[in-house]
Design a protein around this ligand. Sequence first.
Ligand code: SF4
Length: 662
Amino acid sequence: MADQRPPSTITLTPGKRVLFLTKDLDLIKQQLYDGLELQMKDLTVDDLLDDINTDVMTPAWVCFDHDPAEIAKNAYAGLMHNGLRVFRENALKDGQFEVIVSGQRKGTGSSRETAAQCERWAGINIVIAASFAPIHERNNINLGQLMGTHAMLERLQAGESIALSEFTAKYDPVTQLIVEHGGLFPFAKALKAGELDLAPLNTPSRPMTMAERIISRNLVGQPEGQCVKPGDPVIAEVQGGYSHEFTTAQVHTFLAEVYGEGYTLPNPDKFAVFEDHLLYAHHNPKFVPFMDKVQTLRDLQVAFQQHTGVRDYSAIDGVSPGICHQVAREEFIEVGDFIQATDSHTCMGGASNALTWGVGATEYANLVSAGFTFVKVPESIRFELVGSLNPGCTAKDVILAILADHARKELTLNRSMEFGGPGLASLSVDERATLCNMATECSGRTGICEADEALLEWMIKAQPHLSLSEQRARSVKPDEGAHYDGGVHVIDLSSIVPMVAHPGDPDQGVPSDPTNGANISDIGEVAINIAYGGSCTAGKEDDIAYYAQVCQAAKDAGLKVKAGVDFYIQYGSGQVKALAQRMGWHDLFLEVGVKLIDPGCGACIGAGPGVSITPEQVTVSAINRNFQGRSGPGKLYLASPLTVAASAFTGTISSWQDDLFA
Ligand code: SF4
């Protein structure tokens, strides 16, 4: 948190080094341990690792430390080669590196700020990549990290000095000020102290997308009705937010460091803490040694809640109220809200026609203490849904198709993914939440669905304190003629087929990634050891109904879960579990051999029953991401709830059809 303003001219520091994250992992080891020095002029971007995800930079167990200096000791602990860590403890720090270099899409995956922290606190202050995942880029900015291109690095290595302004030229004026001040906290302090003047917004009246509409109506310090356009740097009010036990400790610590131990929050009732991510962590033998650190995280979350008075969703008798994103939808995200929370799947709230996205601990700490946040208005991409899904297909197949096509082409990168069109009505609100949830896997800024009568009815049942007309008045729709930088893409739902995202071949440089789409009909026979149904993506009421549909058919056919397969279902919230009990699904699941897990996150984050134990194990899972090592060392295929359940009974990855067990 120390003030570390970058100099106005950037040069490489004598004695400091540049680390190239090459696809050839042996070259990384030679740089780390044998003093190998590489030059950008001798390499191409293709030689460098793409899609380095935040789980690789700081796997879950590394995040059990909340002190960034401790986190830095295990930077890149998730990068494995032949089953061994490429980066041993302290390897990044001890290497005296100040620049780190990779290929495309640096920092995909979860929003964890620890990934950016691990580099910063290991001495890195310049990060070079061809592109960055949006939240990771923002986290770097908030920490004051400089991000540059491979061409700039070539010049630096040739001994050239580069003006700081060249590093910041691509940013809006507010982001430039944040970087020039050395990060978000020093910037916010300067702003509060009246030391900074922000340029007035002069965007003329224009048709706006849904994301732009919501930002525009939350502008602070601008006239009523002021329009925004992509790239506008604005200060916007947020209606609420939340953090969980993986992130709250840092929020508490940072606020105490910056504003003193007696800091207060202006609107604590708008914010919440959840105990959902680590409740079942002790089930993973790898995490058992860290349980004292997990307890520290829990204790610090309790301390934060008691200190600030934010809404409390702590576990009761060891059972979580549910996954934060699911409970937030059920209980407090309202139509048209602007919500920010410390987790990348915050975007799931977009199903409620709200603008919701994940932020790092630094940004969250800043917004809970200020009540507003700094936003660069994102570009949008529209998905116009037409037709309806064929039997055996779900929203998960739709988003896997978008991942394999639009996201792989980077059309969704950093954009608000707007879902609308007549086909949207054929998807339930829970299914829409699946689309929005995985906007983050698309490296999108967020996902947001149009409001319709189905949503308003769902909202009335979930949150009866608002009337139908109040809900309707809060809803947003895109203006006629709104501009989509990512284009308008028609998705014919009837053309969607059951899909998986396959686990690639990480040892050969093909990462396990949600964009590895494949039609199930093309993957041949893939035997499985684990089927997992749960997570924020697939632990909702309608997902549980899908599992129940298949389990009922299996029961009618006299089947049980295939011998040698473990089929886990984890409820997304207490409400979801209660529904399963009311509907008789809970008993049905037990009858056919499903292993049921109480609400919360679990195997999805490698912290609960259902993780793989050996590299040979194969999992088919309804969760949202299959990054290497996230849910154990095995191979993980992403698939729909129907596919997961069907596969549990056949023992091989199988799409669902009504006569599958006939
Ligand atoms: S279920 Fe998984 S992806 Fe969702 S919030 Fe929990 S850990 Fe994150």
